[in-house]
Ligand binder design. Structure first.
Ligand code: HEC
Length: 256
């Protein structure tokens, strides 16, 4: 990871101060800083069989959709291997995250699902943030879906695409264009099922490394609040074209 003389944690803190201050306007919360910290959680992790995580996720998709399928792929084996708090974990309580939050096309639900488990087991805001960031990079810049089920459930599909973003609408849209199919098709469902498997497997790979003390972040955070004055990837032109607006740089409510 690039450090460039300033620690990752410090950069997160600097970036987060802006966000925190903005979020606190008018809020009665007592939180005034936003440093990484650890927290307790009853949810323990043991190394999982990556292929099995993928297969469970894939099979669950057609009933539970993206977010809850990723949860099933990770949680079902943890129920067996670890038990404890996992036994009562309500996998379907997060089904609403499908389709980029109840079909709003925002963040791909697979990432929400994986992020929930990452947060529950790592118990450190900094590690969970780094792992989520790595997962967003994997999602956005890997040709997917590469998962091959033993037996395709809905359809054979031909294409893998690079989403370039973790945004559901853009990710699925780019794949649909490549494959030449609409959203309400067996092919699109098959693609999202396999993609869900890929994301659950990548999360399990990172968590397996982490539980062995071998996880180090692959990617730096985007730091875009610091660099561009607004949360985003460096893909402003994808949506704004040539005329990307310049964010305001003054904050009446914030000392910089
Ligand atoms: C996924 C699409 C998308 C991406 C990527 C994106 N934006 Fe936006 N952004 C929007 C939309 C849509 C609006 C709302 C525009 C409006 O209401 O006119 C917006 C609004 C804004 C605004 C506030 C509106 C204004 O006119 O001042 C700023 C500032 C802005 N974007 C800057 C950026 C910057 C800088 C980047 C890259 C670092 C970026 N955006 C990337 C979609 C995007």
């Amino acid at each position: 990871m690039k450090k460039e003389g300033i620690s990752r944690r410090q950069l997160i803190v600097d970036g987060a101060k802006i966000i925190t201050a903005a979020a606190l306007v008018g809020a009665a919360s007592g939180v005034s800083t936003s440093e990484a910290y650890t927290y307790p959680s009853q949810f323990k992790y043991k190394k999982l069989d990556i292929e099995r995580v993928g297969q469970i996720t894939y099979e669950n998709y057609f009933k539970r959709w993206c977010c809850s399928s990723v949860l099933a792929g990770l949680v079902e084996p943890l129920k067996e291997k670890v038990g404890g708090a996992w036994k009562d974990f309500p996998i379907d309580a997060y089904k609403w995250a499908h389709g980029g939050f109840a079909g709003w096309g925002a963040l791909c639900g697979t990432l929400t699902g994986a992020g929930i488990v990452i947060g529950l087991v790592t118990k450190d805001t900094d590690i969970a943030e780094a792992m989520s960031n790595d997962l967003a990079f994997y999602y956005s810049y890997t040709e997917l879906p590469s998962f091959q089920p033993d037996k395709p459930i809905k359809a054979e599909i031909k294409h893998m695409t690079i989403a370039g973003t973790p945004v559901c609408h853009i990710s699925v849209g780019r794949w649909m264009r490549a494959e030449g199919v609409g959203f309400l098709t067996n092919e699109r469902a098959e693609r999202c099922a396999r993609l869900s498997a890929n994301i659950a497997m990548e999360a399990a790979r990172m968590l397996n490394a982490w539980v062995d003390g071998r996880y180090t972040p692959k990617h730096s955070p985007l730091y875009n609040v610091a660099a561009n004055g607004i949360t985003s990837q460096n893909n402003c032109r994808d949506c704004h074209g040539q005329y990307t607006p310049t964010p305001r740089e003054t904050y009446e409510t914030l000392e910089r």
